[in-house]
Ligand binder design. Structure first.
Ligand SMILES: [Mn+2]
Length: 258
């Protein structure tokens, strides 16, 4: 059983309005960024993207059996992307919240809950971590700078994944087992929102020096629900200063193989 190659579902990013130079006139794209699938594949998983269903297509959302999907896969990987709708955590959207995509929000929340119901592991990256936090009752800062949480921006668009900062691994969580409690690493940083109230039943695994929460996991060790605010898929070894992503992925995949 432990030799089983895990089959991992990735939820897509959605492009509702495709730039005309790409063709696809009037069509919609569902896609994944290839570093994500390469990271999973290189670590030994088989990867498949699970498309969503939108109003106006041939299928209705009710036709999508998320529990059936969760049954067939061994784990769920949640990609990064647009801000989550603040109404999901009881706030009105402010102008600093950008690119909200209710179709993707609903689909990923359904998937996340189905995988968790089925006892299947979930790993969320960036927006994926934020989704996990609000799905289980937490909330987000709509903008770290505007909300005065920090004076150091956690995103510099021109530098994209070359922008980063240090973090510290907190005691008592899973990351302390994987990386060592109190250890410090450099990670990339491509986010302007972050967890505000951490979901009940979840623990802070890592924090930046300004206090921004950079990783969470559920306290119940019989479930694997873990989110990181950075993008380990871009820690591909080209910059040896960056945190080793392997222990995180190996822990996810071994939970998926059980
Ligand atoms: Mn950050």
């Amino acid at each position: 059983m432990s030799d089983r190659v895990p089959l991992i579902a990735i939820s897509p990013r959605l492009l509702h309005q495709v730039p005309s130079e790409l063709g696809f006139r009037g069509k919609k794209l569902q896609f994944l960024e290839q570093s994500v699938s390469h990271w999973l594949s290189h670590a030994g998983a088989i990867v498949a993207m699970v498309p969503t269903i939108e109003r106006g297509g041939e299928l209705r959302r009710a036709d999508l059996d998320v529990d059936g999907i969760a049954e067939r896969f061994d784990g769920l990987f949640l990609q990064g992307g647009a801000d989550l709708d603040p109404r999901l955590y009881g706030e009105e959207p402010r102008p600093c919240t950008i690119g909200v995509d209710p179709v993707r929000d609903r689909f990923e929340l359904d998937l996340l809950r189905a995988f968790d119901r089925a006892g299947k592991p979930v790993l969320g990256i960036c927006r994926g971590m934020q989704l996990i936090n609000i799905a289980f009752g937490g909330s987000l800062h709509q903008d770290l700078l505007i909300d005065g949480v920090t004076t150091e921006s956690h995103v510099i668009s021109e530098r994209y994944d070359e922008h980063g900062h240090a973090l510290t691994i907190r005691d008592g969580g899973r990351f302390a087992d994987w990386y060592g409690a109190g250890s410090r690493f450099r990670i990339n940083s491509i986010h302007h929102q972050a967890a505000k109230v951490v979901a009940p039943g979840f623990v802070v695994e890592a924090q930046a020096d300004d206090g921004v929460i950079e990783a969470i996991s559920c306290m119940d060790r019989s479930r694997f629900v873990v989110g990181v605010q950075w993008h380990p898929e871009f820690h591909d070894g080209r910059d040896p200063q960056l945190m080793d992503r392997a222990p995180l992925m190996q822990s996810f995949l071994s939970a998926c193989s059980r």
